[in-house]
Design a protein around this ligand. Sequence first.
Ligand code: HAM
Length: 419
Amino acid sequence: MACNATRIKGFADMFPPDSDVFTRMETLARRIFGQCGFVELRTPVLEYTDLFKRSIGEETDVVQKEMFTFPDRKGRMMTMRPEATAGVMRAYIESSLHTRESVSRLFTTGPMFRYERPQKGRMRQFHQINCECLGSDSPYADADLIMMLTRYIRALGLKDVSLKINSLGCSRCRPAFKEALVAYLRDKADGLCEDCARRLETNPLRVLDCKQPGCKELTEGAPRLLEHNCPECRAHFDTVLELLREQGVPFEQDDRLVRGLDYYCRTTFEVVSGSIGAQSAVAGGGRYDGLVKSLGGPDVPGVGFAMGMERVALLLAEQEAPRKDFFLVVLPGDDGEQRRHQGFSLTQRLREAGLSGEMCFSDAGFKSQMRQAGKCNARHCLILGPDEAAQEAVQVKHMDSGEQRLVPMKELAAALEAE
Ligand code: HAM
C-alpha cells in the first residue's frame, strides 16, 4: 500500500516568515514575562482525559466535541492537551510548588489540539503562549497580568487590537445569576439555536456569547452578570478596572464575555482583533480561584491567560513581512569563483557584525539573482562584479528607493547599520 504522505487536516507545517514570527514571539515572551517574575514550565502534550474533563468542564464544547482522545495500549483514556492550564495545574499540585513559594508565576508555550472545523485562524493543532499566576487572590494580580499582556502585545507591534473585560462573579453569586438567566430564557428556548437550546440546560452562561443573530437578539434584555455580582466580586472588579485606568490601558467592558471554559470566576478578559475574520480572539484568560482545589490540590487562587500564536502570526503577516538587511549578488564570469569566495567571506563578516542576509551560491545570471534578492525581501542588494572586486568594494542598491552607491567592503557593516 502507498504511504499516505499528506498532512492531517487542520495540522500545518510552518515555514518562514511564520516560523520566524513564532521564534520572535517566544524570545520576546521570555524577556517580558521574565521581567514580571515568570519562569518557564514545560508540560507534556498528553494527559489523562479525566484531567481535562474535571478542569475545563464536562459540558463545555472543548470537552464535548473537540478533544483528541484515545485509549493507550492498556485501555487508559488519554487526551492531546486542548489547552495548557489543566496540565500546569496538575504539575503545580504534583510538585507541591505551593510549599516552596507563596506566589508562582509560570509560563508555557507549545502545541495544543482541538478537533474544530479548520478555518482562517482556527487549526486543529495550534500553539499557545500561556501564563498562570498562582497564589494571589488580589485584584492587583489580575491587573498586573493584564498589564504584562498589553506590554507584550505592544512590543510585538500588534495594531488594532482591543481588550474586552468582564466579571463572572464567584461560586456564591453566580448560581443566582444562572437561575435568573435560565428563567428569562426558558420561554424563549424555541428561538435559540440548537446548541444554545442544549446549553440552556447544561451551560446557560454560554448562551450569552453565542454569535448566532437569533440568540444575540433573544439575549438583548437578559439579566446582566455585573448586576448579580456580590459586593466582594464587585469590589474586586472595580479595583481591577481602576488599576487599568490609572495605567492608561484602554478596555471595553463586555458583559457578554463569558469564555468557553468552566473554571473561570470573577475577572475574565479577551484581546480581540478586527482584522482576522471570525476567529477574532488573539488571547483570552481570567481568574480561576477554585480550580486547584477541585483537582485535589490546596486552596490556591489563580489567574492566567493564553495567546494564540497562529492568530498573532496572521496579524503580523498582514502588517509587515520581516526584512533582511542584505542579499549579495555575485556576478558570474571570469574570476567568478574567486569573487564568490570574496563574497562568502563578506557575508560571514556582515553576519558577525549582527546583520541578517544571504548570498546566491549558483552561477545564475544577474537578472535571476536580482529576482532572488527581491523575493528575499532584503532592504539592500549588494552587487559584487569584477570592477567592485578589484576595488574591495560592492555596489549597494537600496531596494525601495533604487538608489545605488559604491561602498568599500570594510565600511559596509557600519554603512548598512546606519540606514
Ligand atoms: P482559550 O480562549 O480557549 O483559553 O484559548 C486562548 C487562545 O488560544 C484564543 O484566544 C486563541 O487565540 C487561541 N486558540 C484557541 N483555539 C484555537 C484554534 N483552534 N486555533 C488557533 N488558535 C486557537 C484557554 O485556552 C485558557 N487555557 C486560557 C487561560 C490560561 N485561562 C487562564 N489561564
